[in-house]
Design a binder for this molecule. Structure first.
Ligand code: ZN
Length: 219
C-alpha cells in the first residue's frame, strides 16, 4: 500500500514538472486554437533571417514628430536586448517594418469608442500574402511574417510621458517578431514583459527576461 502511494506521488510530480516545463519553454503567441486550458499555439515568426537573427528593415517616414524623435533609439532596443534580432533603418520602399501615425478617422474606424484607449496596432502580412488578424488567418498562412505596418495613435494625450511612447513602440515591434501578449487568456503569466497589453505604463520600455526567453524559444 505504501509503495503504491509512493508510485502515485512520483507519477504526479513527473506530470507536474512536465506541465511546467512545456509551459515555461513555450513562447507566447498572438493566436491560439482549441479550448481553455488546452490552447494550442499557432506559431508566427519573422521570415527574413540574417546570420541566424530575425532581420527587421525599418522606416518611420510616416511618423509624426512626437514619435519620430524616438525612432532611432527605439529601433536599437530589441537588438540590444536579444541576440536573435538585428535591425537596419532603410528607405520607405525597402522597409519591411513601416511605422506611421494614424489619422483620427482611421483610429475611430478601427476602435470606435475605444479609440482613445488604444495606443498602437501592428498589421502583419505573411509571406503568402495573408493579412493575419485572427486565429483562422494565422493558421491559413505560411506562419512567416514578411511585412509589418505599425500604426500609432493620433491622440498624443494617450501617453503619460515619453517613456510610455517608447514602451508602446517597442511593444509593437515585438508583435512584428511574432510575440503575443503574455497576460492574455492563453497561459497567462505575471512576469514582467514589454509584451503585456496595458493601458497604464508599467515603468520600463526595454524587453524583459520573459521576452528574451520567448525570442530564444522562437528563433
Ligand atoms: Zn499588443
Amino acid at each position: 500500500m505504501k509503495y503504491y502511494k509512493k508510485v502515485i506521488l512520483i507519477f504526479l510530480l513527473v506530470l507536474i514538472s512536465c506541465f511546467s516545463l512545456s509551459v515555461g519553454s513555450m513562447a507566447h503567441e498572438m493566436y491560439y486554437k482549441g479550448y481553455v486550458y488546452n490552447w494550442e499555439p499557432i506559431p508566427l515568426v519573422w521570415d527574413e533571417m540574417v546570420s541566424g537573427k530575425a532581420h527587421l528593415k525599418m522606416n518611420a517616414d510616416l511618423l509624426s514628430a512626437n514619435y519620430a524623435q524616438f525612432f532611432e533609439t527605439v529601433s536599437e532596443i530589441w537588438p540590444n536586448a536579444s541576440s536573435k534580432v538585428s535591425v537596419t533603418r532603410t528607405d520607405f520602399y525597402s522597409a519591411k517594418v513601416a511605422f506611421g501615425t494614424a489619422t483620427e478617422a482611421e483610429w475611430k474606424r478601427r476602435f470606435g469608442n475605444a479609440a482613445k484607449d488604444m495606443q498602437g496596432i501592428t498589421d502583419i502580412t505573411s509571406t503568402d500574402g495573408i493579412l493575419i488578424k485572427d486565429a483562422a488567418s494565422a493558421e491559413a498562412s505560411s506562419g512567416r511574417i514578411k511585412y509589418a505596418a505599425i500604426l500609432l495613435t493620433p491622440y498624443s494625450d494617450s501617453f503619460e510621458h515619453d517613456d510610455h511612447i517608447k514602451a508602446t513602440m517597442v511593444h509593437e515591434i515585438g508583435h512584428a517578431l511574432g510575440l503575443g501578449h503574455p497576460n492574455y487568456i492563453y497561459y497567462p503569466t505575471e512576469e514582467p514583459s514589454i509584451m503585456r497589453s496595458w493601458v497604464d505604463y508599467e515603468g520600463y520600455y526595454v524587453p524583459q527576461q520573459h521576452d528574451i526567453d520567448d525570442l530564444d524559444d522562437k528563433y
